[in-house]
Ligand binder design. Sequence first.
Ligand code: NAP
Length: 340
Amino acid sequence: MTAQAASYVLVTGATGFIGAHVVDNLLAKGLKVRGSTRSAAKGEEMKAARPQYASRLDFVVVEDFTQIGVFDSVMEGIDAVIHVASPFFYDTTNNEQELIIPAINGVKSILTASAKAGTVKRIVLTSSFASIVDVDSTPSPDFTYTAQHWNPLSYDTAVDPKSTSVVAYRGSKKFAELAAWDFVKTEKPCFDLVTLCPPMVFGPVVHPVHNIKQLNESNSVLWSVAAGVDPLPGSRVPAWIDARDLAEVHVQALLRPETGGKRFLPAALEPFSYGYAADIMKDTFEWAKDTVTSNYQSGQKPHAPYGVDGQTVANELGVKYRSFKETVVDFVGQVKDTLA
Ligand SMILES: NC(=O)c1ccc[n+]([C@@H]2O[C@H](COP(=O)([O-])OP(=O)(O)OC[C@H]3O[C@@H](n4cnc5c(N)ncnc54)[C@H](OP(=O)(O)O)[C@@H]3O)[C@@H](O)[C@H]2O)c1
């Protein structure tokens, strides 16, 4: 696929944290975008905030994407899809119903509609490092996770009511991504597939957020450090990426012909920790010296217990990663100025 071939891109989850950055990146490159959302109001708000793109941006409301067929009527003219939408929250009452089934069925639903439409040439799927990392293993320091690795979690464990929502989320991403690869293998549709497995994603927001409670999961944990959470959160993984860089990865994965059929692990080359984030906040913002806890060892470089291969994406997709400092400063500064 080339920039010329992809002209009208359907982005699911377009009003979410990552999806909105993807929308903006596509628009800035001159493509036409159709966003899908469950909320007409959020779609209207996204459009109203981008008057310069009024002629190249439209939204469709897809209320329940777990039903096969719901995307069928929104595919007209679409030649590429970036499927970002998936439930990402940990405050669940039923993990299987709220996280796992929607993630898998959302994938089946969009792939089925794309195959039926016959015009789609490529689908880029936002998977996660959660579908790669084996949290129960203790790899040696010279071990490096790459896009070839798969989280060994079983479906039974993921849906077990005794499992935490964090475990269920990891299963939701793994089994949704597997469903996509299985679909392409068995159905041999008109499109090829690229999957992206980013670790923690942070950065300024460009989607509709009116208060701190509406921040997405990953940013809300980072903001809690600025707001004074004590003790600092522990990081589940040492790897991260800025949402603006991840948006560029999505669009490069869509536009470059040679990426078809590949799985990528986009991750910044430096590890992060919430202690490092706390240091950056205190060094940069006067007010943070009063709010950020001092109940941690400052001045410690983040420690990565294993490697994460972000270099392959940098090489193959031509993406340059921002520093953690830039990401934290941009995000925390934005939230302090506009939401706090
Ligand atoms: N943030 C991270 O650290 C991170 C890391 C790795 C991977 N990811 C993946 O990146 C994607 C986006 O995450 P995000 O951080 O941008 O989260 P987000 O802001 O919560 O966005 C998630 C989007 O998915 C849509 N969605 C959620 N559940 C849905 C459902 N049941 N039916 C239809 N749409 C649904 C929402 O659409 P509405 O507009 O309809 O509400 C929302 O726009 C997800 O696939 C997530 O797994 C995120």
